[in-house]
Design a protein around this ligand. Structure first.
Ligand SMILES: [Zn+2]
Length: 532
């Protein structure tokens, strides 16, 4: 077997990803993300634009100690200036980075209209900038902006830009689909033309996701000869995002077409960190992870129907394209009214509850699930509530504490500054170990106040729930009309990073929320091994 070719991964989460609507990285976010990317085995981490904004300048001034090739991004020298008389270029050349990635125009229309200069001056700017960075001992990457649109309009000029950078010693010429409108067959045929001019082992692809094909475009470029892929974690990026490395990496590692031909910097052990890293980034951005994300989403290996589930228990390969553990995810058999006994048994097995296959309590549990789902509960979305229900029916949930009563008030009034405010206050009376404890808390809404009051003082159990945090809260009104009931799903997380979801259903939103909050606390107490 011939040795596999090396394919390089280049992450731009901290630069292009930072353009995402609603994303605003802090310095400590940037440091943490760079560390995660390094741990994942990414070859190049682009840190941002040193000199262009204070945050990025500070980020580059820190010492990084990363194995990755830490890369600074910026523009080639401005038209009509020399390299020694361009402050932006000077800041880039001085940055504490292993490599410099220049962005340059490669579409004649943009050179004339946006840059207002001549095609020859654009080529000179590329040559001068690459030469200056090489003279500083940096590895050089040239991002050719709007390359595919430029190639369609004027292939000679687009290729002249590529050649100018390559001849001056840029290690990588990266072809950018900046507007994200190119299709895979176009990318494949244009890259095939480019690699006739410069070797594919020096060609990279930078795809945007405006037609939902950034990942496909990246693979099309690789098939045509490109050997570097640029992308971001979770596909962050402006508009519809960049190529998603979280989808690209496992495909390269696990699909024979790529795995047999290429080697990447991510080992099998590092691949298992993929799902946790993807979720950690969402956590940092205060976003709920996309359940349906390929490979790493909570539903990526979730199987619903009964016949599928019984087959999957016999052999997972029947309904799974790869092993969920390989990317740090897990198989999930959905317990729902469509599911059969096999789902329930497999789920109990995963939780670690041992029961005989023909135990009559299994049938009762299944009946209970069906009945509750008919009244609005959704156990396939609430794994922790299912676990509690199962443990209760099997007689294994201790009675840690009782809530004797709670009271929630919502008041709208003028505050001391004469501004209209709405204030929520909750008072909760719990009985722990024969002792009555009363807690009160104000919150930014009634559910928040109730949550805070409930978790404020649980006596001897307090230390077991101190790391508990509510991370997502979703409300849905079911049925409509006068019979409407409210379903609340609460996602919680603890100090170990484990997440779980609980459910509550009631005509009253506070009551539904209370049920879900209680399930979450009891689940955490069981998980922490709290004594009865
Ligand atoms: Zn981009």
């Amino acid at each position: 077997m011939s040795p596999r070719e090396r394919l390089y991964l280049y992450d731009t989460t901290l630069r292009d990803g930072a353009q995402t609507n609603g994303v605003d990285f802090t310095l400590s976010d940037k440091l943490a993300i760079a560390k995660m990317l390094d741990e994942l085995g990414i070859d190049y981490v682009e840190g941002g634009y040193p000199g262009a904004n204070p945050l990025d300048s500070e980020f580059f001034s820190k010492s990084h100690n990363l194995r990755t090739t830490f890369t600074a991004f910026g523009m080639t020298r401005r038209p009509g200036r020399s390299t020694s008389n361009d402050p932006g270029l000077a800041a880039l050349l001085q940055a504490n980075a292993d490599a410099i990635c220049f962005v340059a125009k490669s579409w004649d229309y943009h050179v004339r209209v946006a840059l207002e200069t001549t095609l020859e001056e654009n080529l000179a700017s590329i040559r001068d900038s690459v030469r200056a960075a090489k003279a500083r001992g940096r590895e050089v990457i040239l991002d050719c902006e709007h390359f595919f649109d430029g190639y369609k309009a004027n292939p000679e000029f687009a290729l002249a830009c590529v050649t100018a950078g390559y001849q001056e010693g840029a290690r990588w010429i990266v072809l950018c689909d900046t507007n994200g409108g190119s299709l895979p067959h176009e990318v494949e045929s244009i890259v095939a033309e480019v690699v006739k001019t410069i070797p594919g082992r020096h060609v990279g692809i930078h795809a945007h996701n405006d037609t939902e094909q950034a990942v496909a475009n990246s693979f099309a470029a690789v098939r045509a000869g490109a050997r570097q892929i640029q992308g971001t974690l979770n596909g962050l990026g402006e508009r519809c995002g960049n190529a998603n490395l979280v989808s690209i990496i496992p495909t390269l590692k696990l699909k024979p077409e790529f795995a047999e031909r290429f080697e990447i910097g991510v080992s099998d052990v590092q691949l298992r960190k993929l799902a946790p890293i993807s979720h950690a980034l969402d956590e940092m951005l205060n976003r709920a992870p996309n359940r349906h994300a390929s490979y790493v989403g909570e539903s990526a290996f979730a199987t619903k129907a009964g016949i599928h589930a019984s087959a999957i228990v016999k052999d997972p390969a029947t309904y799974e394209h790869v092993a969920p553990e390989s990317v740090g995810n897990r198989r999930k058999l959905l317990v729902s009214d469509q599911g059969g006994k096999s789902n329930v048994l497999a789920e109990l097995d995963r939780i670690g509850i041992k029961v005989e296959r023909d135990d009559p309590r299994i049938t009762r549990l299944l009946e209970e699930v069906k009945q509750r789902e008919a009244s609005g509960y959704a156990y396939e979305a609430a794994d922790a509530s299912f676990e509690l229900l199962a443990r209760r029916m099997l007689g294994r949930v201790p009675n840690y504490f009782d809530v004797e009563k709670f009271d929630v008030t919502v008041e709208q009034r003028d505050n001391a500054l004469g501004r209209r405010v709405t204030v929520s206050l909750a008072v909760v009376k719990v009985r722990v170990d024969g002792e009555s404890l009363i807690s009160a808390a104000e919150g930014n809404g009634p559910v928040n106040a109730l949550d805070l009051a409930l978790r404020k003082d649980l006596g001897k159990y307090q230390s077991y729930i101190s790391g508990l945090e509510l991370t997502d809260y979703r409300v849905r009104i079911l049925n409509g009309g006068t019979e409407a009931v409210t379903r609340v799903l609460i996602e919680s997380q603890d100090e170990t990073g484990e997440r779980w979801t609980t459910v509550g259903v009631s005509p009253n939103i506070i009551d539904a929320s209370f049920q879900a909050l209680m399930d979450s606390i009891v689940y955490k107490l069981i998980k922490s091994g709290a004594p009865v």
